[in-house]
Design a binder for this molecule. Structure first.
Ligand SMILES: Nc1ncnc2c1ncn2[C@@H]1O[C@H](COP(=O)(O)OP(=O)(O)OP(=O)(O)O)[C@@H](O)[C@H]1O
Ligand SMILES: [Mg+2]
Length: 429
Protein backbone atom coordinates (compact mmCIF):
# COMPACT_ATOMS: atom_id res chain seq x y z
CA UNK A 1 0.00 0.00 0.00
CA UNK A 2 2.76 2.46 0.97
CA UNK A 3 4.45 1.75 -2.35
CA UNK A 4 1.30 2.02 -4.38
CA UNK A 5 0.52 5.51 -3.20
CA UNK A 6 4.05 6.92 -3.01
CA UNK A 7 3.93 8.67 -6.39
CA UNK A 8 0.53 10.10 -5.69
CA UNK A 9 1.61 11.34 -2.25
CA UNK A 10 4.61 13.16 -3.81
CA UNK A 11 2.39 14.98 -6.26
CA UNK A 12 -0.07 15.87 -3.54
CA UNK A 13 2.67 17.31 -1.32
CA UNK A 14 4.09 19.40 -4.21
CA UNK A 15 0.66 20.88 -4.90
CA UNK A 16 -0.05 21.66 -1.27
CA UNK A 17 3.30 23.54 -1.06
CA UNK A 18 2.21 25.61 -4.06
CA UNK A 19 -1.10 26.43 -2.35
CA UNK A 20 0.74 27.47 0.84
CA UNK A 21 3.09 29.70 -1.21
CA UNK A 22 0.10 31.39 -2.81
CA UNK A 23 -1.47 32.19 0.55
CA UNK A 24 1.84 33.47 1.98
CA UNK A 25 2.35 35.78 -0.99
CA UNK A 26 -1.23 37.03 -0.73
CA UNK A 27 -0.89 37.69 3.04
CA UNK A 28 2.52 39.43 2.45
CA UNK A 29 0.93 41.67 -0.20
CA UNK A 30 -1.88 42.69 2.19
CA UNK A 31 0.64 43.44 4.99
CA UNK A 32 2.68 45.65 2.66
CA UNK A 33 -0.43 47.63 1.72
CA UNK A 34 -1.29 48.03 5.43
CA UNK A 35 2.21 49.34 6.17
CA UNK A 36 2.06 51.64 3.16
CA UNK A 37 -1.07 53.17 4.67
CA UNK A 38 0.34 53.51 8.21
CA UNK A 39 4.03 54.32 7.61
CA UNK A 40 5.35 57.69 6.47
CA UNK A 41 7.85 55.90 4.10
CA UNK A 42 4.99 54.38 2.09
CA UNK A 43 6.47 54.11 -1.44
CA UNK A 44 8.51 50.82 -1.03
CA UNK A 45 5.63 49.12 0.87
CA UNK A 46 3.09 50.18 -1.69
CA UNK A 47 5.30 48.84 -4.49
CA UNK A 48 5.93 45.53 -2.63
CA UNK A 49 2.22 45.04 -1.93
CA UNK A 50 1.33 45.80 -5.52
CA UNK A 51 3.93 43.34 -6.90
CA UNK A 52 2.81 40.60 -4.46
CA UNK A 53 -0.88 40.89 -5.31
CA UNK A 54 -0.25 41.09 -9.05
CA UNK A 55 2.01 38.00 -8.66
CA UNK A 56 -0.77 36.10 -6.92
CA UNK A 57 -3.28 37.09 -9.56
CA UNK A 58 -0.95 36.31 -12.50
CA UNK A 59 0.98 33.23 -11.46
CA UNK A 60 -1.26 31.46 -8.93
CA UNK A 61 -4.82 31.88 -10.18
CA UNK A 62 -7.27 29.29 -8.76
CA UNK A 63 -7.59 27.58 -12.13
CA UNK A 64 -3.89 26.88 -12.57
CA UNK A 65 -3.74 25.22 -9.16
CA UNK A 66 -6.91 23.15 -9.33
CA UNK A 67 -6.16 21.91 -12.87
CA UNK A 68 -2.97 20.05 -11.87
CA UNK A 69 -4.72 18.71 -8.77
CA UNK A 70 -7.49 17.34 -10.98
CA UNK A 71 -4.92 15.99 -13.45
CA UNK A 72 -2.96 14.18 -10.78
CA UNK A 73 -6.13 12.75 -9.25
CA UNK A 74 -7.32 11.51 -12.65
CA UNK A 75 -4.03 9.90 -13.59
CA UNK A 76 -3.80 8.42 -10.08
CA UNK A 77 -7.19 6.80 -10.53
CA UNK A 78 -6.10 5.44 -13.88
CA UNK A 79 -3.00 3.87 -12.39
CA UNK A 80 -4.07 2.89 -8.87
CA UNK A 81 -7.42 1.19 -8.37
CA UNK A 82 -9.53 2.80 -5.68
CA UNK A 83 -10.10 1.27 -2.26
CA UNK A 84 -13.53 -0.18 -3.02
CA UNK A 85 -12.13 -2.33 -5.86
CA UNK A 86 -9.34 -3.49 -3.60
CA UNK A 87 -11.83 -4.30 -0.84
CA UNK A 88 -13.79 -6.50 -3.27
CA UNK A 89 -10.67 -8.47 -4.20
CA UNK A 90 -10.05 -9.02 -0.48
CA UNK A 91 -13.57 -10.44 -0.14
CA UNK A 92 -12.90 -13.05 -2.86
CA UNK A 93 -12.06 -16.33 -1.21
CA UNK A 94 -9.15 -17.02 -3.58
CA UNK A 95 -5.87 -15.43 -4.72
CA UNK A 96 -6.37 -12.38 -6.96
CA UNK A 97 -4.25 -9.54 -8.36
CA UNK A 98 -5.24 -6.24 -9.97
CA UNK A 99 -3.16 -5.36 -13.01
CA UNK A 100 -3.24 -2.34 -15.26
CA UNK A 101 -3.42 -2.55 -19.04
CA UNK A 102 0.40 -2.70 -19.23
CA UNK A 103 0.41 -5.85 -17.05
CA UNK A 104 1.87 -3.90 -14.13
CA UNK A 105 0.79 -5.14 -10.71
CA UNK A 106 -1.39 -2.63 -8.86
CA UNK A 107 -2.80 -4.67 -5.96
CA UNK A 108 -2.33 -8.12 -4.37
CA UNK A 109 -5.03 -9.58 -2.12
CA UNK A 110 -4.18 -11.34 1.14
CA UNK A 111 -5.00 -14.81 -0.25
CA UNK A 112 -2.58 -14.30 -3.13
CA UNK A 113 0.13 -13.25 -0.71
CA UNK A 114 -0.48 -16.42 1.34
CA UNK A 115 -0.49 -18.68 -1.72
CA UNK A 116 2.31 -17.18 -3.83
CA UNK A 117 4.26 -14.95 -1.43
CA UNK A 118 4.65 -11.16 -1.46
CA UNK A 119 4.66 -9.12 -4.70
CA UNK A 120 5.59 -5.45 -5.13
CA UNK A 121 2.94 -3.13 -6.51
CA UNK A 122 4.35 -1.15 -9.43
CA UNK A 123 6.38 -4.12 -10.72
CA UNK A 124 5.45 -5.91 -13.96
CA UNK A 125 3.46 -9.07 -13.12
CA UNK A 126 6.04 -11.06 -15.11
CA UNK A 127 8.39 -10.61 -12.13
CA UNK A 128 5.96 -12.75 -10.13
CA UNK A 129 4.71 -15.26 -12.72
CA UNK A 130 7.31 -16.22 -15.26
CA UNK A 131 5.26 -18.88 -17.02
CA UNK A 132 4.68 -17.79 -20.65
CA UNK A 133 1.13 -19.15 -20.75
CA UNK A 134 0.04 -16.72 -18.00
CA UNK A 135 1.66 -13.79 -19.79
CA UNK A 136 -0.07 -14.83 -23.03
CA UNK A 137 -3.39 -15.04 -21.17
CA UNK A 138 -2.96 -11.47 -19.86
CA UNK A 139 -2.02 -10.18 -23.33
CA UNK A 140 -5.07 -11.90 -24.79
CA UNK A 141 -7.47 -10.36 -22.23
CA UNK A 142 -5.93 -6.89 -22.59
CA UNK A 143 -6.06 -7.04 -26.40
CA UNK A 144 -9.63 -8.37 -26.61
CA UNK A 145 -10.98 -6.52 -23.56
CA UNK A 146 -12.78 -9.73 -22.56
CA UNK A 147 -12.25 -12.57 -20.08
CA UNK A 148 -9.60 -15.21 -20.84
CA UNK A 149 -8.92 -18.37 -18.83
CA UNK A 150 -6.79 -21.49 -18.67
CA UNK A 151 -5.86 -24.35 -16.35
CA UNK A 152 -2.47 -24.01 -14.76
CA UNK A 153 -0.49 -26.35 -12.55
CA UNK A 154 2.45 -25.86 -10.24
CA UNK A 155 4.75 -28.72 -9.30
CA UNK A 156 6.73 -27.06 -6.52
CA UNK A 157 6.57 -27.13 -3.50
CA UNK A 158 3.66 -29.53 -4.09
CA UNK A 159 1.43 -30.23 -7.04
CA UNK A 160 -1.46 -27.76 -7.26
CA UNK A 161 -3.98 -27.03 -9.98
CA UNK A 162 -5.61 -23.67 -10.64
CA UNK A 163 -8.21 -22.26 -13.02
CA UNK A 164 -6.54 -18.94 -13.91
CA UNK A 165 -8.62 -16.15 -15.37
CA UNK A 166 -7.96 -12.58 -16.45
CA UNK A 167 -11.09 -10.41 -16.57
CA UNK A 168 -11.39 -6.71 -17.41
CA UNK A 169 -12.81 -4.58 -14.57
CA UNK A 170 -15.34 -2.27 -16.23
CA UNK A 171 -15.24 1.18 -14.61
CA UNK A 172 -17.71 3.94 -15.41
CA UNK A 173 -14.86 6.51 -15.38
CA UNK A 174 -12.65 4.57 -17.82
CA UNK A 175 -12.53 5.73 -21.43
CA UNK A 176 -12.70 3.07 -24.13
CA UNK A 177 -10.15 0.58 -22.80
CA UNK A 178 -10.61 -1.02 -19.36
CA UNK A 179 -8.01 0.46 -17.00
CA UNK A 180 -7.70 -2.62 -14.79
CA UNK A 181 -7.76 -6.40 -15.06
CA UNK A 182 -8.39 -8.99 -12.37
CA UNK A 183 -5.96 -11.93 -12.48
CA UNK A 184 -7.43 -14.67 -10.27
CA UNK A 185 -6.44 -18.21 -9.31
CA UNK A 186 -9.22 -20.63 -8.42
CA UNK A 187 -7.84 -23.74 -6.69
CA UNK A 188 -8.83 -26.96 -8.48
CA UNK A 189 -6.44 -29.27 -6.62
CA UNK A 190 -9.09 -31.04 -4.52
CA UNK A 191 -11.41 -31.56 -7.49
CA UNK A 192 -8.51 -32.87 -9.61
CA UNK A 193 -7.45 -35.21 -6.80
CA UNK A 194 -10.89 -36.71 -6.33
CA UNK A 195 -11.27 -37.07 -10.11
CA UNK A 196 -7.92 -38.87 -10.16
CA UNK A 197 -8.90 -41.05 -7.20
CA UNK A 198 -12.15 -42.06 -8.86
CA UNK A 199 -10.46 -43.12 -12.06
CA UNK A 200 -7.68 -44.89 -10.10
CA UNK A 201 -10.35 -46.68 -8.08
CA UNK A 202 -12.11 -48.03 -11.17
CA UNK A 203 -8.80 -49.03 -12.76
CA UNK A 204 -7.65 -50.73 -9.54
CA UNK A 205 -10.93 -52.53 -8.85
CA UNK A 206 -11.12 -53.93 -12.38
CA UNK A 207 -7.46 -54.90 -12.28
CA UNK A 208 -7.91 -56.70 -8.94
CA UNK A 209 -10.89 -58.63 -10.34
CA UNK A 210 -9.27 -59.33 -13.70
CA UNK A 211 -6.23 -61.08 -12.20
CA UNK A 212 -8.12 -63.91 -10.39
CA UNK A 213 -10.56 -64.15 -13.33
CA UNK A 214 -7.68 -64.66 -15.77
CA UNK A 215 -6.21 -67.42 -13.62
CA UNK A 216 -9.65 -69.05 -13.24
CA UNK A 217 -9.99 -69.12 -17.04
CA UNK A 218 -6.52 -70.58 -17.33
CA UNK A 219 -7.35 -73.39 -14.90
CA UNK A 220 -10.68 -74.14 -16.64
CA UNK A 221 -9.00 -74.31 -20.06
CA UNK A 222 -6.34 -76.68 -18.68
CA UNK A 223 -8.98 -78.92 -17.10
CA UNK A 224 -10.97 -78.94 -20.36
CA UNK A 225 -7.86 -79.62 -22.44
CA UNK A 226 -4.55 -81.25 -21.51
CA UNK A 227 -5.54 -82.29 -17.95
CA UNK A 228 -9.01 -83.59 -18.88
CA UNK A 229 -8.14 -87.13 -17.99
CA UNK A 230 -5.83 -86.47 -15.04
CA UNK A 231 -7.89 -86.64 -11.82
CA UNK A 232 -4.92 -85.61 -9.66
CA UNK A 233 -4.32 -82.34 -11.58
CA UNK A 234 -8.05 -81.67 -11.69
CA UNK A 235 -8.32 -81.94 -7.89
CA UNK A 236 -5.29 -79.66 -7.43
CA UNK A 237 -6.62 -77.08 -9.89
CA UNK A 238 -10.09 -77.10 -8.35
CA UNK A 239 -8.47 -76.18 -5.00
CA UNK A 240 -6.61 -73.29 -6.68
CA UNK A 241 -9.79 -72.18 -8.44
CA UNK A 242 -11.64 -72.08 -5.12
CA UNK A 243 -8.86 -69.88 -3.72
CA UNK A 244 -9.21 -67.43 -6.63
CA UNK A 245 -13.00 -67.39 -6.32
CA UNK A 246 -12.64 -66.66 -2.59
CA UNK A 247 -10.26 -63.79 -3.38
CA UNK A 248 -12.82 -62.32 -5.76
CA UNK A 249 -15.62 -62.59 -3.24
CA UNK A 250 -13.43 -61.01 -0.52
CA UNK A 251 -12.77 -58.11 -2.83
CA UNK A 252 -16.45 -57.70 -3.66
CA UNK A 253 -17.38 -57.93 0.05
CA UNK A 254 -14.87 -55.20 0.86
CA UNK A 255 -16.11 -52.98 -1.97
CA UNK A 256 -19.71 -53.41 -0.84
CA UNK A 257 -18.69 -52.76 2.74
CA UNK A 258 -16.99 -49.50 1.69
CA UNK A 259 -19.99 -48.29 -0.27
CA UNK A 260 -22.37 -49.19 2.61
CA UNK A 261 -20.25 -47.18 5.04
CA UNK A 262 -20.07 -44.26 2.60
CA UNK A 263 -23.86 -44.27 2.30
CA UNK A 264 -24.22 -44.06 6.06
CA UNK A 265 -21.42 -41.50 6.46
CA UNK A 266 -23.75 -38.60 7.36
CA UNK A 267 -25.64 -40.58 10.07
CA UNK A 268 -24.26 -40.51 13.62
CA UNK A 269 -23.84 -43.98 15.14
CA UNK A 270 -26.49 -44.62 17.80
CA UNK A 271 -25.47 -47.60 19.98
CA UNK A 272 -23.31 -47.74 23.10
CA UNK A 273 -20.38 -50.14 22.90
CA UNK A 274 -18.08 -51.38 25.67
CA UNK A 275 -14.65 -51.18 24.04
CA UNK A 276 -13.07 -53.40 26.71
CA UNK A 277 -15.42 -56.25 25.86
CA UNK A 278 -15.15 -55.57 22.12
CA UNK A 279 -11.34 -55.73 22.14
CA UNK A 280 -11.40 -59.05 24.06
CA UNK A 281 -13.85 -60.47 21.55
CA UNK A 282 -11.80 -59.42 18.49
CA UNK A 283 -8.59 -60.82 19.97
CA UNK A 284 -10.37 -64.15 20.60
CA UNK A 285 -11.64 -64.16 17.02
CA UNK A 286 -8.11 -63.60 15.67
CA UNK A 287 -6.52 -66.21 17.95
CA UNK A 288 -6.27 -68.85 15.18
CA UNK A 289 -4.62 -66.39 12.76
CA UNK A 290 -2.12 -65.08 15.33
CA UNK A 291 -1.26 -68.60 16.49
CA UNK A 292 -0.71 -69.58 12.88
CA UNK A 293 1.66 -66.64 12.33
CA UNK A 294 3.43 -67.17 15.66
CA UNK A 295 2.38 -63.76 17.01
CA UNK A 296 1.36 -63.21 20.63
CA UNK A 297 -1.36 -60.61 21.17
CA UNK A 298 -1.51 -58.90 24.59
CA UNK A 299 -4.33 -56.67 25.79
CA UNK A 300 -3.87 -53.78 28.22
CA UNK A 301 -6.95 -51.92 29.52
CA UNK A 302 -7.04 -48.91 31.87
CA UNK A 303 -10.58 -49.78 33.12
CA UNK A 304 -12.84 -52.81 33.29
CA UNK A 305 -15.50 -51.05 31.24
CA UNK A 306 -14.84 -48.50 28.50
CA UNK A 307 -18.20 -47.40 27.06
CA UNK A 308 -18.31 -45.28 23.89
CA UNK A 309 -21.04 -44.26 21.46
CA UNK A 310 -20.66 -46.20 18.24
CA UNK A 311 -21.77 -48.90 15.86
CA UNK A 312 -20.67 -52.23 17.32
CA UNK A 313 -20.24 -54.13 14.03
CA UNK A 314 -18.31 -51.28 12.47
CA UNK A 315 -15.97 -50.88 15.45
CA UNK A 316 -15.33 -54.64 15.37
CA UNK A 317 -14.38 -54.23 11.69
CA UNK A 318 -11.95 -51.41 12.58
CA UNK A 319 -10.16 -53.30 15.36
CA UNK A 320 -10.16 -56.55 13.38
CA UNK A 321 -8.51 -54.87 10.38
CA UNK A 322 -5.88 -53.17 12.51
CA UNK A 323 -5.01 -56.22 14.63
CA UNK A 324 -4.97 -58.46 11.54
CA UNK A 325 -2.58 -56.04 9.79
CA UNK A 326 -0.37 -55.89 12.88
CA UNK A 327 -0.16 -59.72 12.96
CA UNK A 328 0.34 -60.10 9.18
CA UNK A 329 2.76 -57.27 8.47
CA UNK A 330 4.45 -57.17 11.89
CA UNK A 331 4.82 -60.95 12.09
CA UNK A 332 8.62 -60.74 12.43
CA UNK A 333 8.23 -58.81 15.73
CA UNK A 334 6.45 -61.81 17.29
CA UNK A 335 4.05 -59.74 19.41
CA UNK A 336 1.23 -57.23 19.14
CA UNK A 337 0.07 -54.98 21.98
CA UNK A 338 -3.54 -53.79 21.95
CA UNK A 339 -4.33 -51.14 24.55
CA UNK A 340 -7.24 -48.89 25.50
CA UNK A 341 -6.79 -46.03 27.94
CA UNK A 342 -8.84 -43.13 29.22
CA UNK A 343 -7.50 -39.74 28.10
CA UNK A 344 -8.79 -36.89 30.30
CA UNK A 345 -10.48 -33.97 28.52
CA UNK A 346 -8.85 -30.53 28.54
CA UNK A 347 -11.82 -29.04 30.42
CA UNK A 348 -14.03 -30.62 33.08
CA UNK A 349 -17.21 -29.81 31.11
CA UNK A 350 -16.07 -32.03 28.21
CA UNK A 351 -16.23 -35.82 28.35
CA UNK A 352 -12.88 -37.58 28.31
CA UNK A 353 -11.82 -39.89 25.51
CA UNK A 354 -10.69 -43.44 25.13
CA UNK A 355 -7.63 -44.05 23.04
CA UNK A 356 -7.28 -47.44 21.41
CA UNK A 357 -3.86 -48.30 20.03
CA UNK A 358 -2.54 -51.34 18.21
CA UNK A 359 1.22 -51.67 18.22
CA UNK A 360 3.40 -54.19 16.43
CA UNK A 361 7.17 -54.71 16.46
CA UNK A 362 7.67 -55.66 12.81
CA UNK A 363 9.54 -53.79 10.05
CA UNK A 364 7.37 -50.65 10.39
CA UNK A 365 6.40 -48.35 7.52
CA UNK A 366 8.60 -45.72 5.82
CA UNK A 367 7.41 -42.13 6.35
CA UNK A 368 6.59 -41.51 2.68
CA UNK A 369 3.89 -44.21 2.75
CA UNK A 370 2.11 -43.03 5.91
CA UNK A 371 -0.12 -40.32 4.36
CA UNK A 372 -1.30 -42.71 1.62
CA UNK A 373 -2.03 -45.86 3.67
CA UNK A 374 -5.77 -45.21 3.88
CA UNK A 375 -6.19 -44.73 0.11
CA UNK A 376 -8.15 -47.50 -1.55
CA UNK A 377 -5.88 -50.26 -2.90
CA UNK A 378 -2.75 -48.56 -1.60
CA UNK A 379 -0.20 -51.13 -0.47
CA UNK A 380 3.37 -50.62 0.59
CA UNK A 381 4.41 -53.87 -1.03
CA UNK A 382 1.79 -55.12 -3.50
CA UNK A 383 3.26 -58.62 -3.92
CA UNK A 384 3.56 -59.26 -0.17
CA UNK A 385 0.02 -57.96 0.49
CA UNK A 386 -1.45 -60.21 -2.25
CA UNK A 387 0.47 -63.13 -0.90
CA UNK A 388 -1.14 -62.39 2.50
CA UNK A 389 -4.52 -62.30 0.74
CA UNK A 390 -4.91 -58.56 1.21
CA UNK A 391 -7.12 -56.47 -1.04
CA UNK A 392 -5.66 -53.11 -0.01
CA UNK A 393 -9.08 -51.91 1.14
CA UNK A 394 -8.78 -52.64 4.88
CA UNK A 395 -7.44 -49.25 6.01
CA UNK A 396 -9.74 -47.37 3.60
CA UNK A 397 -12.68 -49.07 5.36
CA UNK A 398 -11.16 -48.22 8.77
CA UNK A 399 -10.80 -44.56 7.80
CA UNK A 400 -14.41 -44.30 6.61
CA UNK A 401 -15.81 -45.97 9.72
CA UNK A 402 -13.77 -43.70 12.00
CA UNK A 403 -14.92 -40.65 9.99
CA UNK A 404 -18.51 -41.60 10.69
CA UNK A 405 -17.59 -41.81 14.38
CA UNK A 406 -16.00 -38.30 14.14
CA UNK A 407 -12.61 -39.85 14.80
CA UNK A 408 -9.34 -40.14 12.89
CA UNK A 409 -6.76 -42.85 12.44
CA UNK A 410 -3.29 -41.80 13.65
CA UNK A 411 -0.38 -43.83 12.31
CA UNK A 412 3.16 -43.59 13.58
CA UNK A 413 6.10 -45.77 12.81
CA UNK A 414 9.83 -45.99 13.30
CA UNK A 415 11.13 -48.17 10.43
CA UNK A 416 12.74 -51.26 11.85
CA UNK A 417 10.91 -50.93 15.17
CA UNK A 418 7.25 -51.43 14.24
CA UNK A 419 4.11 -49.39 13.72
CA UNK A 420 1.32 -48.01 15.93
CA UNK A 421 -2.23 -47.38 14.71
CA UNK A 422 -4.43 -45.43 17.12
CA UNK A 423 -7.81 -43.70 17.29
CA UNK A 424 -9.87 -41.93 19.98
CA UNK A 425 -13.56 -42.02 20.81
CA UNK A 426 -15.40 -39.92 23.42
CA UNK A 427 -16.41 -41.74 26.61
CA UNK A 428 -20.15 -42.32 26.89
CA UNK A 429 -21.19 -41.12 30.36
N1 LIG B 1 1.16 -52.88 10.88
C1 LIG B 1 1.65 -52.68 9.65
N2 LIG B 1 2.99 -52.78 9.42
C2 LIG B 1 3.50 -52.60 8.18
N3 LIG B 1 2.76 -52.31 7.09
C3 LIG B 1 1.43 -52.21 7.25
C4 LIG B 1 0.81 -52.39 8.52
N4 LIG B 1 -0.53 -52.20 8.37
C5 LIG B 1 -0.71 -51.94 7.07
N5 LIG B 1 0.44 -51.96 6.38
C6 LIG B 1 0.63 -51.66 4.94
O1 LIG B 1 -0.50 -50.95 4.52
C7 LIG B 1 -1.09 -51.57 3.38
C8 LIG B 1 -2.57 -51.30 3.36
O2 LIG B 1 -3.20 -52.02 4.39
P1 LIG B 1 -4.72 -52.46 4.23
O3 LIG B 1 -5.18 -53.06 5.49
O4 LIG B 1 -5.47 -51.27 3.70
O5 LIG B 1 -4.67 -53.49 3.04
P2 LIG B 1 -4.30 -55.02 3.04
O6 LIG B 1 -4.00 -55.49 4.42
O7 LIG B 1 -3.26 -55.19 2.00
O8 LIG B 1 -5.64 -55.66 2.54
P3 LIG B 1 -6.99 -55.99 3.39
O9 LIG B 1 -6.87 -55.33 4.70
O10 LIG B 1 -8.05 -55.40 2.53
O11 LIG B 1 -7.04 -57.45 3.47
C9 LIG B 1 -0.70 -53.01 3.48
O12 LIG B 1 -0.67 -53.61 2.22
C10 LIG B 1 0.69 -52.93 4.10
O13 LIG B 1 1.62 -52.74 3.07
MG1 LIG C 1 -5.47 -55.13 6.03
Amino acid sequence: MADTNAAFENDRRRISRLVQARWLLFAGGLLCILFAWLEPQRAPFALGGFVALVGVALFFPRRTLSAPVRGVMASHNQVWPDTSIKAITEALGYPAYILDADAVLRHTNARAEQAFGPARAGDPISYKFRRPEIMRLIDEAVASGSRAELEYNEQVPQERWYAVSVSPIPLASASRRPAFFLLSFFDLTEAKRSEQMRSDFIANASHELRTPLASLRGFIETIQGPAAKDPETITKFLGLMLEQAERMSRLIDDLLSLSRIEMKSHMRPQGVVDLAELLRQVINMLEPLSANLGVKITLSLSDKKLPVRGDRDELIQVVENLVENACKYGQSGGKVVVSANRVPAGSSSLPGQIEVSIRDFGPGIAAEHLPRLTERFYRVDVASSREKQGTGLGLAIVKHILNRHSSRLAVSSVPGEGATFAFRLPIER
